[in-house]
Design a protein around this ligand. Structure first.
Ligand code: F6P
Length: 549
């Protein structure tokens, strides 16, 4: 068994890999291919689609052949992906720059399966905290936990940002059908105060539970919003009421003490959970209150099933491995620097924003695990909107513009609402777009169609080029059986592991995020400067600062 130190030591040198070089050569032969012809090859769908955990990934609309997939899979072997997966799941310190494991998979692991890290089984801790926050969630839902005046909690305000917000907003929207309408969830993340003001205008202190969600309990946005919420509360309620109306999730017990969070309303997370991977922990409390403990357990079970699949399925059938390798192919060999995520279900509208942090904060790195600069593309620019809104907004550029963008289409097969006919229309639109992006519409076909429609030769000559679609866009279609807690858990875990797979290929650490620190430090200085301290004014920013003073 290769040790973690040996894995880290071999993280650089991607471009020296035999299969990387083979892919570079192979890429030349793909230059002449067109998806339109590829899609007509018999058996292509069977060869280039796989299913697991209630999800089906169809990657037949990529500009690649089975040989390409073979080379990518060999590259994964050469990059020792199996040993890396084993290291991740067994609790080795895969976050080498912060010297920690990355154990988000423990958070959804069956409590009866021990996981020994540094000589200690972490599962009893995980299990105890899981039971504690899910029991509290049920107490809020059932009215056993009330506000200080004895009134039921009707509004829950989660105050957190980044990984302490985005996943929760996404889950809350996606699982709307499972939500208890008697408790409204609100999410406050942004620093400027408008979001907080808008929420506070809608709630009553007697019936509101605030959840301060911050792994570090040091994040400035969360601190400002939490302090302002507490002040608002204390202007209306006695100080003793804080104990019933403010809960918190953090690793920072002292800060929770200082804030006045009572022992029964504080929940632990651990250093070994990255913020963007933390929704499975007590960080998910607000969502657990919304959907209930049983549904939250289903979410965890769905993710755990994807973990098992990731651990045990052969790479050729392994969804996260395939999705990760497809991204490498698009990005490193087809020069695609931008990736759109397009869910055809309005309830998944926050999924692209969630993935932005997951993928871009994880893999937006410019040095390898041992600090060597990389000279190939790493983390992709991720963005997206739900279809079919997106069709009427930016699809024009994707179809006919010259920026190369790859696409993930995602949809549940079963309708998420009672409007099943409309769901079918949405699904039809998604499949039509997937075909159009891949096959395109060549100028000759446009010309023939225009002639057949009776247009003059001059019109045909004038319009054919404008109406032509080049096609050949890289498209994945991801179908889920139904949008529910279990399938959503599997979907989120799929993308988490995709990110890990790519990090292994690229030789980078996906679990740190030093890149967000520089701006945080400067923000403190800017605030001081805006408050009137001339010593803090940097030359380049002086004119802007003076406009505010
Ligand atoms: O600034 C980025 C970040 O550190 C994220 O990684 C994290 O999810 C977010 O801030 C919030 O951090 P915390 O939960 O510690 O408030």
């Amino acid at each position: 068994m290769t040790t973690l130190a040996e894995l880290i030591a071999s993280a650089s040198g991607l471009q020296d890999c035999a299969n990387w070089r083979a892919l570079e050569t192979h890429r030349q032969s793909v230059g002449d291919l067109h998806s339109s012809a590829l899609l007509d090859e018999p058996g292509r769908y069977e060869a280039l689609s796989r299913g697991a955990c209630g999800l089906v990934l169809d990657y037949s609309r990529h500009l690649l052949s089975e040989e390409t997939i073979g080379l990518l899979l060999q590259l994964a072997e050469e990059r020792q992906l199996a040993a890396w997966i084993e290291s991740l799941l067994s609790g080795a310190r895969v976050n080498n720059t912060e010297d920690r494991p990355a154990l988000h998979t423990a958070l959804r692991r069956d409590a009866g399966r021990p996981l020994v890290v540094d000589g200690e089984d972490v599962m009893p801790l995980v299990h105890a905290e899981r039971e504690k926050f899910l029991t509290f969630a049920e107490a809020v839902r059932s009215g056993v936990h009330t506000g200080a005046t004895g009134e039921r909690i009707t509004d829950v305000v989660n105050i957190g940002i980044g990984g302490s917000d985005l996943g929760l907003v996404m889950l809350d929207s996606a699982l709307a059908e499972y939500r208890d309408p008697a408790v409204r969830l609100h999410f406050v993340s942004n620093i400027d105060g408008t979001q907080l003001a808008d929420v506070l205008d809608q709630v009553r202190p007697e019936t509101t539970l605030f959840i301060i969600c911050s792994k570090s309990f040091k994040t400035i946005e969360t601190q400002l919003n939490a302090d302002a919420a507490r002040q608002w509360f204390l202007e209306r309620m006695p100080a003793a009421a804080i104990g019933s109306h403010f809960a918190a999730i953090s690793v920072n017990a002292e800060a929770m003490d200082r804030f006045g969070i009572g022992n029964n309303l504080r929940f632990k997370i651990w250093d070994w959970v990255g913020g963007r991977y933390s929704l499975w922990s007590a960080v998910g409390l607000s969502v657990a209150i919304g959907i209930g403990a049983d549904n939250f357990r289903e979410l965890l079970a769905g993710a755990a099933s994807m973990d098992d699949h990731f651990e045990s399925a052969p790479f050729a059938d392994n969804l996260p491995v395939l999705l990760g390798l497809l991204g490498v192919w698009q990005q490193n060999f087809l020069a695609t620097a931008s990736h759109a995520v397009l869910p055809y279900d309005q309830r998944l509208r926050y999924f692209p924003a969630f993935l932005q942090q997951l993928e871009m904060e994880s893999n937006g790195k410019g040095v390898t695990r041992d600090g060597q600069p990389v000279d190939y593309a790493t983390g992709t620019v991720i963005w997206g909107e739900p279809g079919s809104n997106a069709q009427h907004s930016f699809f024009q550029l994707l179809h006919q513009g010259n920026a190369r963008v790859s696409l993930d289409f995602i949809a549940p097969v079963v309708a998420s609402s009672r409007y099943a006919d409309q769901h079918l229309q949405g699904l039809g639109n998604m499949l039509a777009q997937a075909e159009a992006f891949a096959r395109g519409y060549p100028a000759e076909a446009v010309a023939a169609d225009l002639s057949a429609a009776g247009r003059s030769e001059a019109d045909v000559a004038r319009l054919a080029a404008h109406k032509a679609h080049p096609g050949n866009r890289s498209v994945s279609v991801l179908l889920m059986d139904q949008l529910g807690p279990r399938s959503l858990g599997a979907l989120v875990a799929l993308y988490e592991h995709k990110v890990f797979v790519q990090s292994v290929i690229w030789g980078i650490n996906p679990f740190d995020q030093w890149g967000v620190e520089l701006g945080k430090g400067l923000a403190v200085q800017m605030s001081v400067a805006l408050a009137g301290d001339d010593h803090a004014v940097l030359p380049g920013i002086a004119n802007l600062i003076r406009r505010r003073r």
